[in-house]
Design a binder for this molecule. Structure first.
Ligand SMILES: [Zn+2]
Length: 367
């Protein structure tokens, strides 16, 4: 078998017999108490369909679920996330959000307790109060609890949940923060930050992330718009929203970071990492973990030094990724309120309708 071919995977997988008849392998979860997994659509499951009377993530996607199961098989056979990632990309498969696979998305996918019908809440598995056993959801599954536990054990130390006894152990959750790098990616300055503040068709605040639309004939200044099918829609000019939020963030950073001084302290774990590497039989997993910590430390330090002594004038010198990172340090979100009744869409831009939600947990949070 080639190193990259998943075990037991038949050629021409999407057309394999049984496609369209998910969960005929008997791994269908028993009916639960109607507690669905909720949240955005997960890779491997179908989206909600009102006509068919099903919610998100209830019924297996005939094609994706086979890739999900194959990825689990590969991981159980000891293949790396990297191998699985490259295989999914080669197969031309998109993630649930239509994006490209990374080792992290693969790891999150195969260790999600939903693969075996379990649900995690706040880092712990939801247990049935009567039996103390994990509560099984009503959705179709692709793996057994034993398989899921073996998958989690593979990432021992990475996850909050201890797969041996299903308890949440806060010590296990001390992993490096990766937020700065995650924030940096993104096409438009404020994608991922803006939320729709209009009431949706269900009468609740829509809260969908707004999508950026580049400058075009129809939108000469670009726009951020709500694309939710459950919303009547909301859009604002990209250039004006960007300008307003940039000024606000630059001012906040000057306030919070203006008096900070750069920090060039080397990562304190370096001697230990050197010792691990010099060992007769270098412990691969501990070295990998140490390297991850080092990377996170250096990313954090680079961000600190980027913002130390910040002045509003320095904002324009930042590139898009740096600006996006800096914005993510100051703001959790910006809710865009709808125009008040009677106001024309051509009325002058009203920054009062942008409602910033500040972070309280960043290094530079307001006191
Ligand atoms: Zn909306």
């Amino acid at each position: 078998m080639k190193a990259t071919s998943p075990p037991g995977l038949v050629p021409g997988l999407p057309d394999a017999p049984g496609a369209g008849a998910p969960a005929e392998d008997g791994r269908r979860a028993p009916a639960g108490r109607g507690d669905g997994p909720g949240g955005p659509r997960r890779f491997g499951w179908l989206a909600a369909d009102e006509k068919a009377g099903r919610g998100h993530n209830q019924v297996l996607h005939p094609v994706e679920s086979r890739y999900l199961r194959a990825a689990i098989d590969m991981a159980l056979a000891g293949q790396s996330e990297r191998t699985i990632t490259q295989w999914l990309i080669r197969e031309g498969i998109a993630t649930a959000k239509g994006g490209r696979w990374t080792s992290t998305t693969v790891r999150n996918m195969i260790t999600n307790p939903a693969v075996c019908g379990y649900r995690a809440l706040g880092g712990a598995i939801v247990l049935d109060p009567d039996t103390g056993e994990p509560r099984r959801g009503s959705w179709e599954t692709v793996a057994t609890p034993e398989e899921w536990k073996r998958l989690c054990a593979r990432y021992n130390g990475y996850y909050k949940i201890n797969p041996a006894d299903l308890t949440a152990d806060p010590e296990r959750a001390r992993r490096p923060r990766t937020r700065p790098a995650a924030r940096a990616a993104g096409k438009y300055l404020l994608s991922g930050i803006l939320r729709c503040g209009r009431l949706n068709l269900s009468g609740q605040v829509c809260d969908s992330p707004l999508v950026g639309n580049p400058v075009s004939k129809r939108t000469p200044h670009g726009s951020y718009a709500c694309n939710s099918s459950n919303c009547r829609g909301l859009a604002r000019r990209m250039d004006l929203v960007d300008q307003h939020i940039e000024r606000l963030v630059a001012r906040a950073l000057a306030d919070r970071c203006g008096r900070l001084t750069p920090d060039h302290t080397p990562w304190p774990g370096e001697p230990d990492l050197d010792a691990l590497r010099a060992a007769e039989r270098p412990p691969a997993r501990r070295i990998e973990e140490a390297e991850r910590q080092r990377e996170a430390y250096l990313a954090r330090q680079a961000l600190h030094n980027l913002l130390a002594g910040f002045t509003e004038e320095r904002w324009d010198a930042l590139d898009l990724a740096q600006k996006r990172t800096a914005i993510g340090e100051v703001l959790r979100a910006v809710v865009i309120r709808p125009l008040p009744p009677g106001r024309a869409t051509r009325a002058p831009f009203d920054p009062g309708l942008l409602e910033p939600v500040y972070r309280t947990d960043s290094l530079w949070a307001a006191p």
